[in-house]
Design a protein around this ligand. Structure first.
Ligand code: GLC
Length: 482
């Protein structure tokens, strides 16, 4: 099958979050399936252009018509990709070059990604790759199914589209004039793009894509509820016949404690007791915490954003620090109020709390390896990858039972039996506190059961082969329709 995957980020070239990880592993997994030909298209951000690791060759250039404007687009092919995925970067100095390093957050993001979405379709046609399936992701490439249906059907007569929602919170809202000014879609698509008098590109994709997926089974059900759907619950409900949840995997080669070059010591499921102890000691030294092997080290690697459940941690942190001889380590950047809170907490408890307010992938890996307990109390979590990274590195998760967290962390009882971590059902600080306490009790009073739980976590198969197979089933299903 010929599959084109379109996205605004993809590791190892460019990544700001989980979408980037998925765009590294999913194309690779699909390309390992016999008979598949996979093309990945990303914007040629300045950061990729300037990175000497990526050797590209110029393919061709053309103009993209976007509303009244015509903009240059160059196609570059990556020459040194190791697997069989063909990666292309779309070059536009105006939209993706020259600016600050941030990949999102520019005043004209709507126009930038409308350009990219349209340019993807033009580019696939130019390079002569007429896919059986286009898989596109989040609001940034949400215009692709609509453009295809409205303006490119003659070029892609049999191509089907799958739209994947990684997070419904970011929908691509724009003022209503955006429809005429930028999109340049035929007038009969105004209703498709309209949501409460404004343009909403995610809504358009949900309506025009042949199939819609999201990144876990539980999240696909949660999206029917206003609490989770950020205004799109009725749109999702109407499209529920074509919505499927496929829980993400993680890249087992990148996230492997036996080979991860970021770690001071390597280990596997049989050697983790010594391996993790060495990693814990080195981590405590690196972040300036006392190298106490017995103090449970609770860790979090996260964007400091509201939906990650940081308000719950803020609520219980002091209480936990008074009650327990534990250490807390946080890595991430984000909202000012949380950065401030954790900085202040680490000043108040310098021997117990470390806050690294930065983005550092190497340190993130050392935290997955050196931690004992991984906290992830997200208010909502479409899938979540770091709980899987943590388990693969033998760190026991404590999570809110929502979205992908619910699907990947079945709950243990108080003796640490029957599941993979500790969970709480309703989103409040006291229930989170209860789950953390159950985990700490096991750590403090039943080391054997805690070690057995770590072993089970490490033995789970979180790879991409199963999810990639489920994507394939849906791709085939779309093609069985007349
Ligand atoms: C988004 C979601 C996260 C998910 C990731 C990859 O970042 O917030 O839950 O794991 O996308 O699909």
């Amino acid at each position: 099958m010929r599959i084109a995957i379109l996205a605004s980020e993809g590791a190892p070239y460019i990544k700001s979050g989980g979408l980037g990880d998925v765009m590294e592993a999913l194309p690779a997994a699909l390309s390992r399936i016999e008979g598949n030909e996979v093309v990945l298209v990303l914007p040629y951000y300045k950061k990729i252009k300037d990175d000497p690791r990526w050797e590209t060759e110029f393919v061709c250039h053309f103009d993209v018509q976007l509303g009244w404007r015509k903009q240059y687009c160059g196609i570059l092919r990556l020459k040194n990709r190791k697997d069989s995925v063909k990666a292309y970067f779309l070059d536009s100095d105006y939209y993706f070059g020259g600016r600050s390093a941030a990949i999102y957050g520019h005043g004209d993001d709507g126009e930038r990604f409308a350009f990219f979405s349209k340019a993807c379709l033009d580019s696939l046609h130019r390079i002569g790759f007429i896919p059986d399936v286009i898989q596109c992701n989040d609001w940034q490439t949400a215009l692709v199914p609509t453009y295809l249906q409205a303006m490119y059907r003659d070029k892609f007569p049999k191509t089907r589209t799958m739209y994947t929602i990684h997070n419904i919170e970011y929908q691509g809202w724009a003022y209503s004039g955006f429809f005429d000014d930028v999109l340049g879609l035929p007038w009969e698509y105004r209703g498709t793009m309209d949501m409460n008098g404004a343009v909403n590109v995610m809504k358009g994709a949900i309506e025009t894509a042949d199939l819609v997926t999201t990144v876990s089974e539980t999240y696909s059900r949660e999206l029917m509820y206003p609490y989770y759907a950020h205004g799109l619950d009725s749109i999702i409900a109407n499209a529920s016949w074509k919505l499927t949840g496929i829980t993400n995997g993680i890249d087992l080669d990148t996230f492997n404690p036996e080979t991860d070059p970021n770690l001071p010591a390597h280990y596997n499921a049989n050697t983790f007791v010594e391996g993790k102890a060495a990693c814990k000691k080195a981590l405590q030294q690196e972040v300036g915490l006392p190298t106490d092997p017995d103090a449970p080290l609770m860790v979090m690697v996260t964007r400091l954003a509201g939906h990650k459940g940081l308000d719950l941690l803020c609520y219980i942190a002091r209480r936990l620090l008074w009650e327990e001889n534990c250490q807390i380590l946080i890595l991430g950047t984000g909202e000012e109020r949380f950065e401030h809170f954790f900085r202040e907490l680490s000043e108040e408890f310098p021997n117990r709390v470390a806050a690294k307010i930065t983005f550092n992938l190497g340190l993130a890996a050392r935290i997955y390896a050196g931690g004992d307990i991984y906290l992830m109390p997200s208010k909502s979590e479409p899938c979540g990858l770091s709980q899987m990274n943590a388990m693969r590195y033998g760190t026991v998760p404590v999570v809110h039972a929502t979205g992908g967290l619910r699907d990947t962390v079945p709950p243990c009882d108080e003796q640490g039996q029957g599941g993979l971590g500790f969970t709480f059902q309703s989103y409040n600080g006291d229930d989170f506190h209860g789950a953390v306490k159950r985990c700490l009790d096991l750590y403090n009073h039943n080391q054997d059961a805690f070690t057995a739980l770590q072993y089970r976590d490490m033995c789970q198969d979180f790879g991409w082969d199963v999810p990639a197979g489920r994507y394939m089933e849906l791709f085939k299903k779309m093609h069985s329709w007349q």
